[in-house]
Design a protein around this ligand. Structure first.
Ligand code: GN1
Ligand code: MG
Length: 357
């Protein structure tokens, strides 16, 4: 995207002053993100991936309703709704997004003084991250209006298996035979994962408003490691809130990288698990059901497994979903996430014990 094009897109938004600069930001796998600097302030501008989010207007409506709810909660508690909750910036016509051809664009305020982290390298950061997501969920506990399902069956493993079976049957990129061992790793755990999801389907695990993408880099911290604001609300939907715990554990506790080529580096750090769980349960423990607490530790295995499946499926499909940096990137990601899953399985009893305390 050239800068002139970007600028003409940015001009559609109701920013506070003239635009002076636009730069690329971040490493998202899905959207393209930019920082827009005006004479007075800074904003985030994103091209929402319409291929992955088929109904961007519904997605933006979810975000608007959830952030309005959160802002009221933060204000009532004496906080600063502008810094502690994402603020959507509308277009000059008052719309939540700008459409240009097949592309949808949305903007939000840049929160000055905020910091993101790629690694939870201190106990305090993990603890604070846990509190941040716990608080986020607690503030949304009384949000009962239905939300649009922006990505069908996002963390629903039954639906993922439908996609998976189809991907294997089609073998679009002709890669299936080369990943037989990895496919077996998925199949071996199929029943166990379906049994977990069945508890969601049967209401044993309640549906709540959930973030669904709680990796560490989706939280803004201040310079004292206090959580400022939870960002990337694209996938806010109804699901089991356990997914938010599980996805955070997948991201925070990994000693290696999500796409580490050296599997020797990848494993789950149980101390980071302990600190995250402590923070999370401090904010959310009181409002959790007994079954949610019982299955909290398992949710980390579930989400990590789902991520192995999604990366591997995308590799088999010919890399149509995730952005990749090299041809085997999705396979490398799947293998690294599988290593993490094995490490979680080995430490599962200890994880459960921590969640019980
Ligand atoms: C994607 O693009 P990003 O970083 O927000 C994905 C998540 C995955 C994650 C893997 C909509 O998130 O589900 O867990 O990559 N988001 C979507 O890092 O598929
Ligand atoms: Mg995301």
């Amino acid at each position: 995207m050239t800068n002139t094009n970007l600028r003409s897109i940015a001009e559609h938004f109701a920013f506070d002053a003239s635009i002076v600069d636009i730069t690329t930001l971040g490493q998202g796998f899905i959207n393209d993100t930019y920082i827009v600097t005006t004479e007075k302030s800074r904003y985030i501008l994103q091209r929402k991936n319409h291929h992955i989010f088929p109904d961007v207007p519904a997605m933006m409506d979810n975000i608007e309703r959830v952030t309005t709810h959160l802002k009221a909660k933060v204000a009532a508690a004496g906080g600063d709704p502008i810094r502690e909750v994402l603020t959507v910036v509308r277009t000059k016509e008052g719309e939540l997004y700008h459409r240009e051809g097949d592309n949808y664009w949305a903007a939000s305020l840049y929160i000055e003084g905020s910091v993101t982290h790629d690694k939870a390298d201190t106990p305090r950061l993990a603890y604070m991250g846990g509190r941040g997501i716990g608080k986020f969920q607690a503030m949304l506990a009384d949000f009962t209006e239905p939300l649009a399902e922006v990505i069908k069956g996002f963390h629903n493993i039954r639906w993922r298996f439908e996609q998976w079976d189809k991907a294997l049957a089609e073998d679009r990129a002709g890669r299936k035979a080369s990943v037989a061992a990895e496919i077996e790793q998925i199949e071996r755990r199929r029943e166990q994962m379906l049994a977990f999801w069945e508890m969601v389907e049967q209401g044993v695990l309640p549906m709540r408003v959930t973030h669904n993408d709680t990796k560490l880099s989706n939280i803004l911290f201040d310079e004292h490691d206090e959580v400022l604001c939870v960002i990337d609300l694209d996938t806010v939907m109804s699901s089991t809130s356990l997914n938010d715990f599980g996805d955070a554990i997948r991201s925070y506790t990994n000693r290696g990288a999500e796409d580490d080529t050296d599997l020797g580096r990848v494993s789950m750090d149980i101390e980071t698990f302990r600190h995250y769980a402590e923070g999370y349960l401090e904010e959310r423990g009181a409002t959790m059901s007994a079954s949610e607490r019982e299955w909290l530790a398992f949710s980390a295995l579930y989400i990590t497994y789902e991520q192995v499946l999604r990366f591997l499926m995308d590799y088999i499909d010919g890399d149509s979903y995730y952005k990749i940096a090299y041809p085997t990137h999705n396979l490398v990601r799947a293998r690294a996430q599988h290593k993490l899953l094995e490490s979680m399985e080995e430490q599962y009893e200890a994880m459960r014990e921590i969640c019980r305390q």
